[in-house]
Design a protein around this ligand. Structure first.
Ligand code: A2P
Length: 327
């Protein structure tokens, strides 16, 4: 039995956290749903319980709470996660605020385990999560030399605003979330541009991959992230070069036996991972595995995953499941 809080419980990810927590084997004793003053007083169902949404304040964690799952934006996490931590709560934070802090664990349960040196644990970026699942076993077996990511990210990753822009765009209504229409378009732009010409999203993928897989500076990683007019589930093409030789059969075999992965790789029958396959699931779907004919020990791997589930809410709940199982 454990007591949970969900901070940002009225948002897209917070709503999925509630749903995923209900699907979990975790025994939820008390559940506290927190959001801004705008939502305070609303009632949200948690199974057959009616829970009244509380405004998040500095006193919100004075109660007996074991785990607080945060998805209310970076500034909320920066301010309130340390308050929760001071009150003995384990924070699992979906924002990017704490991810690269050297004291904070960045966790994908299939890949690494929290040290709990600090009680704040960071949930990685959505595209990073689905990419490290296949990279981890390949790195363990062959070693990674270089990784090049290209993403095709769904609008649900931008919250309700992204979904609205896609749906309204079809009716000819101008976008409000994105700088250009997303309907019938592709934006090679996610998050803000940095001085080196990359976007923050691209640098998150590069840096977070290194941290989760504990890769040295000798492993070269690059990324290009694009927003596509898909409602849900991100696709990531992962081009890798390994330190040593491997066959397509070996790569397929390893990935088909790795936790959290579903292999769909029968191109002759037009079977490969697509957003429509992965939406509604926690697994990362992997396929189109083939040798990269342009480089030694190179491979192409195509992945899709539900960015709101495995890319956010489910990974956070799985971290709580992992911690409970280690007790
Ligand atoms: P609210 O609905 O009251 O605004 P999304 O990313 O889908 O927009 O959701 C963001 C979530 O974070 C919502 O639950 C939102 O609550 C919550 N939130 C945003 N700002 C704050 C804040 N300052 N304090 C607490 N919750 C916040």
């Amino acid at each position: 039995m454990a007591n949970f809080a969900i901070v940002g419980a009225t948002g897209l990810v917070g709503t999925k956290m509630i749903e995923r927590l209900l699907e979990s084997n975790l025994e939820v004793d008390n559940i506290y749903l927190m959001a801004s003053s705008r939502s305070a007083g609303k009632t949200i169902k948690f199974g057959d319980r009616d829970i009244i949404v509380e405004e998040l304040t500095e006193n919100s964690f004075d109660k007996d709470i074991d785990y607080a799952l945060f998805s209310a934006g970076g500034s909320t996490s920066l301010k309130f996660a340390p308050i929760a931590e001071k009150n003995g709560v384990i924070v699992i934070d979906n924002s990017s605020a704490w991810r690269m802090d050297p004291e904070i664990d960045l966790i994908v349960p299939e890949c690494n385990t929290p040290s709990l040196d600090r009680k704040i644990i960071a949930n990685p970026n959505c595209s990073t999560i689905q990419s490290v699942l296949p990279l981890k076993p390949l790195n363990d077996r062959f070693g990674l030399n270089r990784v090049s990511y290209t993403t095709y990210q769904a609008v649900s990753g931008s919250g309700v605003g992204g979904i609205d822009d896609l749906k309204n765009g079809e009716k000819g209504i101008a976008p409000s979330k994105y700088p250009h229409p997303i309907y019938n378009n592709v934006l090679p732009h996610i998050d803000t541009f940095l001085e080196n010409g990359y976007t923050k999203e691209e640098m998150k993928m590069i840096e977070e991959t290194k941290k989760i897989l504990n890769l040295g500076d000798d492993v070269l990683i690059t990324a290009t992230c694009a927003r596509v007019p898909v409602l849900n589930s991100h696709s990531v093409e992962i081009n890798i070069s390994l330190k040593g030789p491997a066959t397509v059969e070996e790569v397929r075999e390893i990935l088909s036996n790795s936790p959290g992965i579903v292999l769909i790789d029968n191109p002759q029958n037009n079977e490969y991972p697509m957003p429509l396959n992965s939406t509604g699931h926690d697994e990362v779907f992997v396929g189109r595995i083939r040798k990269d004919i342009s480089q030694e020990n190179g491979f192409h791997i195509w992945t899709t995953a539900d960015n709101i589930r495995k890319g956010a809410a489910s990974n956070a709940v799985q971290i709580a499941e992992l911690l409970e199982s280690l007790k």
